[in-house]
Ligand binder design. Structure first.
Ligand SMILES: [Zn+2]
Ligand SMILES: [Zn+2]
Length: 645
């Protein structure tokens, strides 16, 4: 028999008989590797362990620590799910079932909805199939023949996929009675999958097209160890407790109204207070840092978006144009062209640069109805947007100032950890980018030098830049370790050219300015959502809509309570008197549920001594203090924007 020459990642090489399977090769190395491997990599190609090796080349085994492992493992769990569902519910027709970042799902077409109870049954059936350690067998079909097989099974959705994507000879996977059109690879048998859980069921549509078949999407997740699964479930429960949609309702912060449309946010009174605090802080900082605040229209001629290019490459993300007096107008998806028109409104000299134009600019973007999510993904939102027009030699200082500003945002709002990414061009494909190679080198150099000089660790990501310029992204990490992309500092070689921007240099010649887009909070709506989840609605005093609740023990103490209230409101503390005819405990509970930072209980003793009995949201009763002392302390917490006290 012919032999093949196999090389291993450590450089070793061995001869095997042609037709030896990847699993047999793993076994020849050791039983432990054979037990741990879930798939193999032949060159760049991921294959099953059952694959017969017939040519020379490198081989690598995929184990739980390989970067590709989890996706293969989870996709195999999705097959296990579909095997269980089709066995229990013959009227369910499988659609697609990919792995996701946090698990997997499988879509089924079935008239009857799956219930919570069904999920339990399905999970039990999955365990049964896993315990039986059923082999995931790869089979091959000539297209016409395979189509017939799936047709006879009544799997019309699979037939549609095979028609569209199937090769002349396509592969499928058999797990017991379940057969799936699939490229693989998969774990060798279902017994490998032990730590998994079904999470929820939600509505979806075939191929994401809302006019096509309604599908039921069953979500689940799986991990290589029970410990990892438990940690994930714990994290999910933590996230659920923090869900800003529920807290937004309980704390009366914001709403999304069906009559108005999806993805459009109504900021209620209390949410409005928090937004005003955020914006006031931001405006003060912008002014102190040499930004000018501008305002631009919400709707502008479509023609403007043709010049900027958005009407072409950004069209799918925009609201449709509207007609006014036979001309088309466009709701703005971005603020940049507005700021550019201000820059362009007259001739500019180098003496005016850097020009930093900032706007809390509300933009509208089209998101499909299925993808919107509370405050995090919406159709209308306000960016803390700014565009900096400057000369090349001013770039590094401007980038550094942006990064410092971003740091201050994180600190001010109580985030301690963050991650930084630098997205650069793919140097192999200069033709994919606007701007010259030299310009890119200057811009990427400015970004990188700044981060290095500031000793900020960052991830360098070549090929991740958008076509018009490199960028720095800063992700903050919240109280339960979730990263959120908010801040971006982005170069633009494209728009200054498209709009023909110029300035007169010291040399008397006209030059093109460099343009930087930057947003710190990103979208105020999204930032608010992140804040709510980070603090579980218990905001720092300076942001809390009600900072102090004054609670008289009984009617007798109402007059003194009003005096205390007056002292607080006179010092611009947001205080509220709760003198409802309810038991004190009930009123304390209500203030606690509303996450009011301080509750002041006043009775005979307090009135007599001119004190207040202070209850803290976090730790309950902390004893009494003179009124003036308390007011001064709260004022200080507010003025310093303390995030802990
Ligand atoms: Zn598959
Ligand atoms: Zn912009």
């Amino acid at each position: 028999m012919a032999s093949i020459h196999i090389t291993f990642p450590d450089g070793a090489a061995r001869e095997f008989a042609s037709g030896t399977t990847a699993l047999e090769v793993a076994q020849s190395i050791g039983p432990r590797l054979a037990a741990e491997a879930i798939a193999a990599k032949q060159g760049d190609r991921l294959v099953d362990l059952s694959t017969k090796l017939e040519s020379d080349g490198p081989i690598q085994f995929i184990t739980s620590s390989s970067p590709e492992a989890l996706e293969i493992f989870r996709h195999s769990t999705a097959h296990l799910l579909a095997a269980a569902v089709t066995e229990l519910y013959p009227d369910a027709h499988p659609g697609v079932g990919p792995a996701t970042d946090s698990g997997f799902y499988y879509d089924f077409y079935r008239e009857k909805p799956f219930t919570e109870e069904d999920l339990g049954k399905i999970e039990a059936k999955m365990r049964e199939i896993a315990q039986a350690n059923v082999v995931n067998e790869r089979v091959h079909f000539p297209k016409a023949e395979g189509l017939k097989v799936f047709e006879q099974m009544g799997e019309f959705l699979k037939c549609e996929l095979i028609q569209e994507k199937g090769d002349d000879v396509f592969s499928a996977y058999r797990t017991g009675k379940f057969l799936d059109f699939c490229r693989g690879p998969h774990v060798p048998s279902t017994g490998r999958i032990k730590a998994f859980k079904l999470l929820s069921v939600a509505g979806a549509h075939w191929k994401g097209d809302e006019h096509s078949h309604p599908m039921q999407r069953i979500y689940g997740t799986s991990f290589f160890s029970q410990r990892d699964l438990d940690a994930f479930i714990h994290q999910m429960e933590e996230a659920k407790k923090r869900d800003h949609r529920r807290l937004g309702k309980d704390l009366d912060l914001f709403s999304i109204q069906d009559d108005a449309g999806p993805g459009l946010i109504f900021w209620h009174q209390k949410g409005g207070i928090i937004r005003r605090e955020i914006e006031d802080w931001l405006r003060d900082e912008l002014t102190a840092r040499g930004y000018d605040l501008v305002f631009t229209p919400h709707a502008m001629r479509l023609h403007l978006w043709e010049i900027s290019g958005h009407a072409n490459f950004y069209r799918d993300d925009m609201f449709g144009a509207m007609k006014v007096e036979n001309e088309e107008y466009q709701l703005k998806p971005m603020n940049c062209p507005g700021h550019i028109l201000i820059y362009k409104s007259r001739a500019r000299s180098y003496r005016e640069l850097p020009m930093r134009l900032a706007e809390l600019g509300t933009v509208y973007r089209y998101e499909r109805s299925g993808v919107m999510h509370g405050l995090l993904r919406v159709r209308g939102f306000t960016q803390d947007d700014a565009h900096i027009f400057c000369m090349r030699e001013q770039l590094e200082a401007e980038v550094q100032a942006c990064v410092e500003f971003a740091h201050l945002v994180l600190k001010t709002f109580g985030f301690e950890k963050y991650q930084v990414e630098l997205s650069a061009r793919d140097p192999q494909k200069p033709e994919h980018y606007a701007g010259t190679v030299e310009e890119w080198e200057v811009a990427e150099g400015a970004l990188m030098n700044t981060l290095k000089r500031m000793e900020i660790p960052f991830k360098y990501m070549p090929g991740e830049a958008v076509f018009y310029g490199p960028k720095i992204d800063i992700k903050l990490v919240d109280a339960i370790g979730r990263p959120w992309q908010l801040t971006t500092v982005q170069f633009d070689f494209n728009l200054p050219q498209r709009f023909g921007l110029e300035y007169a240099g010291a040399d008397g010649q006209l030059h093109t300015p460099v343009m930087v887009h930057r947003a710190l909070l990103g979208s105020i709506e999204r930032f608010f959502g992140v804040l709510i989840e980070h603090y579980v609605g218990a905001f720092p005093v300076w942001l809390a809509p009600v900072q102090v609740a004054v609670l008289p023990i009984s009617d007798k103490h109402a007059a003194y309570a009003r005096e205390v209230l007056g002292a607080l409101t006179g010092a611009k503390v947001r205080a509220q008197l709760d003198d409802r005819n309810e038991k004190l405990n009930a009123r304390i509970r209500d203030a606690q549920l509303q996450k009011v930072p301080f509750m002041l209980v006043v009775g005979d003793r307090e009135a007599q001594n001119r004190t207040v009995s202070v209850r803290r949201r976090e730790s309950g009763d902390t004893g009494s203090r003179p009124v003036e002392e308390f007011v001064t302390w709260v004022q200080e917490l507010i003025d310093t924007r303390a995030t802990s006290w």
